[in-house]
Each structure stands twice: as C-alpha cells, then as structure tokens.
Design a protein around this ligand. Structure first.
Ligand SMILES: *Cc1c(COP(=O)(O)O)cnc(C)c1O
Length: 356
C-alpha cells in the first residue's frame, strides 16, 4: 500500500452559491447585480478582436490600475488588482498573516475567511457579533495576528461606522487590518481615506456587485505603497498573468462610467428600501441593510421550508446552515419587477400556510 494520502493537504472548501441555469429563474442567491454592466463596457466588448486571446495580458494590469487610481484619488502604486476580491483576499492572507498568532474576524461573516485560514494553516478566532448583529469593536483590541471583516458585513448587511473601524485599526498598529468592502457602494462610507493615516490598513473592493461584472472576476485592494508592493511580490511568485486582456479593458471602461455606476447603485438602494418596507409589513424581521441584499427572518416561518418552496418556483435565495442564522434567508436585491414576483410568492405562501 502506498502512503501518499498522508502527505496531502486536506481542506474543507468554501461552498459557493448555486449557479442554476433555469430559463425563467429569479436569481437572488449570490448578490449579483440585476442590471447589465455600463453600456460603455458592452460597446467595448463588441469591438474586441480575437488577438486579445492570443497574446499574454499585461502582468501589471496597468490600464485598470491607472483607472482605479484616478477614480479613488490614490497613486497607481497604491492599487493591487486580482481575479475577483476572493483572489485579492487570498493573496492578502498569504502576504500579511504570518505571525503565528490568531487572526480575528466576526463569527457571522463571509464564510471564506475561515476557509483561507485553514488552507494556509493560520490560526483564527471568530468573535461573536452582538444581539443586533453588530461588531463589538472592543473585542478586536486583544493581541492578534491580523484583522479582517467586511463593511457592511455579509450576510447581515449591517454597517460598522467609520469611527469604529478607525478605532479597530488604531488599536492594532502591529498587524494588518483588512476591510472587505464588497458592498460599500450600496450606502456605506469607504475606509479608503484612512489609508493615509494608518499604514496597517488595506481596503478591498470588487467589480462583482456594484459594477455588475461578477463574470469578469475583478477585485482590487487599495493601501499604502509598501503593502501593495508586498502583495505584488507574492502575486508574481504565484501567477504573473492574473487578469486577462479582455477583463482588464472592460474593467477600465466600467470605472470610467461613473454616471452609470451611480445610477444603478441608486436604483438598487431604492428597491432595497421598498422591499424591506413590504417584507416588514408581512411580519418579517431584518437588520438595516447597507448592501444589495436583505437578511430576513419571520417568527412564524421556517426558513428552510420557505427556501424549498421558493425554489420550486424557480426563485433562488441563499440559506446558511449555521448557528444563530439557521432560520434566516439572504435575499439579493433584484429589479423592482423581480422583487414584486418574490413578494407576491411570499404573500401566496403565507396565505397557503395560514400565517398572518
Ligand atoms: C462577493 C464577496 C466577495 C468576493 O467577491 P469576488 O466576486 O471574488 O470579487 C468578497 N467578500 C465578500 C464579503 C463578498 O460578499
């Protein structure tokens, strides 16, 4: 008998949301944007030549780095681009979390954080959110090997104030603090301005949600030049050509269309508030969301049962079978029309089940 099995790195992988391909589905399960990317992206895509596929891409991703630097008013040397923010965050773990001390993140949060910690053998502590699903900043003042949390948090949608974030960063001068701003454009204040004041802060964002480009896999980090240099050193030790030529160009075009970006974000926020109001009128409970999803529960509804009933109708939402949140559903904000269908089904379900 050979013994290779004992030398294999065994991990419990992250489970991504389903990507069904049903015809008339209403897909509210992975926080994609219901609106198409900017028309400028669409026009550019149509004009591209297949030579884009023949040649290697620019390893520096300069066109996109420059567009982001201009948009966020930083130097190009303060911008790192990766294959979705998942790639950026994985690179951050590898680059920054090497002290051997546990890194800190909330108990209810993006479920990739503990997966990367386990993958890289980084110890971690998950710190309980309070009963209102808020981060307790004082918990992050203990000795640690690094800090990471999303703002707003996922899957709760709850915002941490910039003042609280600054306190956490200021209390941790000897470790890197990562703020994962995947949903920042739906109503929270970004921590990017704080990078000038704190050299241990790095902010990560994505094109997957607010820029309607989940399929292009673009994420980025903004921080001081030293942090970005260290990240690039690790990237070049791993894979020089991360962003493909097409994504790089389309990404830059998306960043340049600020008006379209503002307009779609506004629409999603309006639909979110309207959906929240209607769900609350039906007895649903949810924290205030600053993201493009609502995290809902109902005292008289079993979330798993509702999930299954929605699915029968080709309406997909996300469920997490985890302590504290196992009777909640995360519902992505779609178009007004999609949310009306979702709400109509909920009403019908409640009548059928005699819930009022
Ligand atoms: C969606 C999401 C990401 C990852 O997005 P990418 O598609 O990899 O850019 C990262 N963090 C949080 C909290 C998310 O919800």
């Amino acid at each position: 008998m050979s013994n290779w099995e004992s030398n294999i790195r065994k991990v419990i992988p992250y489970t991504p949301g389903e990507q069904p391909d049903a015809k008339d589905m209403i897909k509210l399960n992975t926080n994609e944007n219901p609106y198409p990317p900017s028309p400028k992206v669409t026009a550019l895509l149509k004009s591209l030549d297949s030579d884009e596929l023949r040649l290697y891409p620019d390893p520096k991703v300069q066109v996109l780095v420059d567009a982001l630097a201009k948009r966020y008013e930083v130097k190009p040397s303060q911008v790192f681009v990766g294959v979705g923010s998942d790639d950026v965050l994985a690179m951050c773990y590898l680059t920054f979390f090497n002290s051997g001390k546990p890194i800190l993140f909330p108990d209810i949060t993006y479920s990739f954080y503990d997966v990367w910690a386990n993958l890289y053998n980084i110890p971690f502590k998950d710190l309980p959110l309070d009963e209102n699903l808020c981060i307790v900043k004082e918990d992050y003042y203990q000795d640690n090997g690094g800090v990471i949390f999303p703002n707003p948090n996922a899957p709760t949608g709850v915002e941490t104030s910039l003042a609280d974030i600054e306190d956490i960063v200021a209390h941790n001068p000897d470790v890197i603090c990562i703020v994962d701003e995947a949903y920042i454009d739906f109503g929270c204040e970004s921590a990017i301005p704080l990078i000038e004041k704190y050299d241990n802060l790095i902010v990560v964002q994505t094109f997957s949600k607010s820029r309607s480009m989940a399929g292009s896999r673009i994420g980025f980090a903004i921080g001081n030049e030293r942090l970005i240099k260290y990240l690039n050193d690790v990237k070049y030790s791993f894979n020089s050509y991360t962003i493909d030529r097409v994504s790089m160009k389309l990404g830059a075009a998306a960043v340049e269309d600020e008006a379209y970006f503002q307009e779609t974000n506004k629409k999603i926020i309006a639909t979110r508030e309207r959906t929240k109001e209607r769900l609350e009128a039906l007895g649903f409970e949810m924290p205030d969301s600053k993201s493009n999803f609502l995290f809902i529960s109902h005292p008289k509804i079993n979330a798993k049962k509702l999930l299954a009933a929605l699915r029968e109708r080709n309406i997909y939402v996300r469920y997490f079978d985890k302590p504290r949140i196992d009777n909640m559903l995360r519902v992505t904000i779609g178009t007004d029309e999609q949310m009306d269908c979702f709400l109509a089904f909920i009403k019908e379900y409640m009548e059928k089940e005699n819930i009022c």
